[in-house]
Design a protein around this ligand. Structure first.
Ligand code: ADP
Ligand code: MG
Length: 706
């Protein structure tokens, strides 16, 4: 059916779902059975394809894309910026007699060579060697967006160094498979051929009116407000969370869902969040690299669809001071290809022993590599959230729930598992107790919470690519599983060895388990002073930890990064941090000079005129209010002026820094505090200046204006 005819009628959800994806259903009808089998293996097992097979797949892909209205194709990749990249090429080739033909072959499918000199490489690629190349990831399906066939790819430099987030993610998944399979063999599993990590990311966002948005340079340039007095009503009534959804937002969500379904994204759950005009969308979980691609696409489509509704979707972690910011919950589990979730307590004690091994491995991984998890979510934006009593603190800890904690305690002390008083808690496979599956409470104050059959990593910022967190998580767990496999493969009595191994791991790493309230300041004290956990509050605090031997050696050993890649990533992340805060500081200075001071002066001028007019009418004694306001505003204007001078001064110092490490520290210690000092008198002035004079929509307008 031609494209136009297909879109004319309103399709049902099953018809719509995946209609813009070159999925296996399409492949099956368009490829010979041999080539389809090969494609299937490439998607699910990573088996390489021959040149003839890729040519056949490319040709079928092109026919499908043309039938769906595509005119261009692109290798779609995830450089070290926060967004995805694409460079479109037309399918056209010159034909006979001034005509064109539509061409696309296997070579173009598997490899691209974008001139990529302007993407961040952290020194990995000198600009004179600008070429990078993109390589097809067959496991993530091609799709059509804006009449362009998008081919998910990894992005590398010419010597094969990763310049993107997908390459190390795929490497981390491989590392995890390798080690998890060794463990499964030890437990006698002969049916699983592969292990996958699965992720379901819950995405928070704000919607604001586009007209209002356009009036604010801070939102346009930085994605967050840099000024703004608190509105009379905020989120204190908690009447927004799960509240009924406004018609304009409902229309947006419906439109968004349809666009996402067309792209094969399993958009499932939507609701209002805690802050006014804040919402959440969660898809059904899927394989990590696909979930990552889908989350990137989802963020892009969220913004695009908002435009059609006269809205803007804000994905910044902290668009409004004093109002909850937005994060992303990374629900993570590992499962075998025959469908066994390794983080799910099983039916038999034997399965439970295997479950306990994986559970303890995650605990050890999170404790040993706390700083890697922390830095995997570090951005200037997320620094505003973590530890601000709305998101987990910057201290990483694990919530397990009481029952599992009691089981681990019993294991540790070789004592009876008390709650059930059933059995001696020795991990001989035949004596481990059965325990109920969904025994955990929800704990949203915990950075890393076990929720029955998966872990929820709560620290991600709303605009973070989920690749970074999952790279570190997969790598850390792979490293611990490797250590366990090395020990267990080499023992006479598996059960005894397993028992000793788990007991020792619990003793060494139980400090990371905390079932209490993560927002409590007492906890931060206990965590840092008694338990010795890291409290890495800002990006400049945590990013250098990437280079520490314990971390770097593990990542290199697991094959996730080379040493130059690690160094480049540290550099890029700090550079991103510096650039984004410097843009904010520049925007503040611009707003103060161009808009805020002129507004204060204009309003003061009108007060002075009123006072003058009153005096001329012999009402000089009645000018008390004008005088008082004038005095207050003059004083504020002077404070603003002095503070903006100080900020400009700080900016000069920041720009003169020798390297990015020094620069990021100056930003943390000098620039950000001065930005706060400028904001305070400006926000105070906003509350005194008449609304007709104030140049921007207020917090109240923005938060309640949709
Ligand atoms: P909430 O946390 O809002 O109560 P859920 O925890 O049920 O909601 O689900 C949130 C996300 O977790 C969804 O994306 C869901 O698909 C995902 N999820 C559920 N089970 C798993 C699992 N075994 N592995 C990874 N993600 C999962
Ligand atoms: Mg959840």
């Amino acid at each position: 059916m031609p494209y136009a005819a297909r879109t004319a009628k309103q399709e049902t959800v099953p018809e719509l779902f995946g209609s813009m994806v070159f999925n296996e259903r399409e492949m099956k009808t368009r490829l010979s059975s041999d080539v389809f089998q090969a494609a299937h293996r490439a998607i699910h097992q990573g088996t390489p394809l021959t040149r003839e097979q890729t040519d056949a797949i490319a040709s079928a892909m092109k026919d499908w894309a043309l039938e769906h209205g595509a005119t261009h194709f692109t290798h779609w990749f995830q450089p070290m910026t926060s967004v995805t990249a694409e460079k479109h090429d037309g399918f056209i080739e010159p034909g006979p007699d001034g005509t064109v033909i539509m061409e696309f072959n296997g070579k173009e499918l598997i490899k691209g060579e974008p001139d990529a000199s302007s993407f961040p490489s952290g020194g990995l690629r000198a600009t004179f060697e600008a070429r990078g190349y993109t390589a097809w990831d067959p496991s993530s399906l091609a799709f059509i967006k804006d009449r362009t066939l998008c081919i998910p790819t990894a992005f590398c430099s010419y010597d094969g160094s990763a310049l993107d987030k997908k390459t190390p993610l795929l490497r981390s998944m491989e590392a995890l498979v390798k080690q998890a399979m060794r463990i499964l063999k030890l437990f006698g599993n002969t049916t699983a051929t592969c292990v996958r990590s699965n992720v379901g990311p819950e995405q928070e966002y704000f919607l604001v009116d586009r007209e209002m948005y356009l009036k604010r340079k801070d939102l346009r340039f930085c994605g967050r407000t840099l000024f703004g007095a608190r509105p009379p009503k905020g989120q204190e009534l908690e009447d927004h969370y799960f509240g009924s959804i406004k018609p304009r937002v409902t229309a947006y969500m419906e439109d968004l869902n349809r666009e996402l379904w067309k792209l094969g994204i399993l958009a499932k759950t939507e609701h209002n969040e805690v802050a006014p005009s804040q919402h959440e969308l969660a898809p059904i979980y899927t394989t990590t690299n696909i979930a990552t691609d889908h989350n990137q696409l989802m963020m892009e489509i969220m913004k695009k669809v908002a435009r059609r509704h006269g809205l803007v979707c804000l994905l910044h972690e902290k668009p409004f001071a004093g109002v909850n910011g937005s994060g992303k919950h990374n629900n993570w589990s590992i499962a075998t290809d025959d469908g066994v979730n390794l983080l799910s307590p099983g039916e038999t004690p034997f399965q439970n022993a295997q479950f306990l091994l994986f559970l303890v491995a995650v605990i050890e991984a999170v404790d040993t590599y706390q700083d890697l998890l922390r830095l995997s979510v570090a951005t200037a934006g997320n620094d505003h959230r973590l530890g601000a009593n709305e998101a987990p603190p910057a201290v990483v800890s694990i919530f397990l729930g009481d029952e599992l904690t009691a089981i681990l305690e019993a294991l540790e002390s070789d004592s009876a598992y008390n709650a059930a008083k059933r059995t001696q808690m020795k991990l001989g496979v035949d004596v481990l107790p059965r325990f109920t599956r969904d025994s955990t409470d929800r704990n949203r104050t915990s950075p890393f919470a076990f929720t029955g059959n998966k872990f929820e990593f709560h620290m991600l910022g709303s605009s973070n690519s989920i690749a970074c967190a999952n790279i570190m998580l997969n790598a850390a767990v792979a490293a611990v599983l490797e250590k366990y496999a090395d020990v267990l493969e080499d023992t006479a009595d598996f059960n005894d060895a397993l028992h000793d191994l788990l007991r020792d791991a619990i003793v060494s790493h139980k400090r990371i388990i905390f079932n209490g309230n993560g927002y409590d300041s007492e906890w931060i004290k206990e965590a840092t002073q008694i338990r010795g956990l890291h409290n890495l509050r800002t990006t400049p605090d945590c990013m250098p930890k990437l280079l520490e031997p314990l971390n770097a050696d593990m990542l290199i050993h697991q094959g996730i990064f080379t040493r130059p890649e690690i160094e480049s990533r540290c550099e890029i992340m700090l550079e991103n941090y510096c650039k984004s805060v410097i843009i904010e500081a520049n925007t503040m200075i611009d707003m103060v000079h161009q808009e805020i001071l002129p507004a204060v002066l204009a309003y003061s001028g009108s007060l002075a005129q009123t006072a003058q007019a009153k005096t001329a009418l012999d009402l000089g004694a009645a000018c008390g209010l004008e005088k008082k306001l004038l005095r207050d505003l003059s004083s504020l204007a002077m404070q603003i002026d002095a503070a903006v001078d100080d900020l400009e001064d700080a900016l000069m110092q920041v720009k003169a820094a020798q390297d990015v490490l020094e620069q990021s520290a100056l930003i943390r210690d000098l620039l950000l505090p001065r930005m706060a000092m400028l904001r305070a008198p400006a926000d105070k002035a906003e509350t005194l200046v008449g609304s007709g004079f104030w140049p921007y929509p207020t917090y109240g307008d923005l938060l309640f204006g949709v």
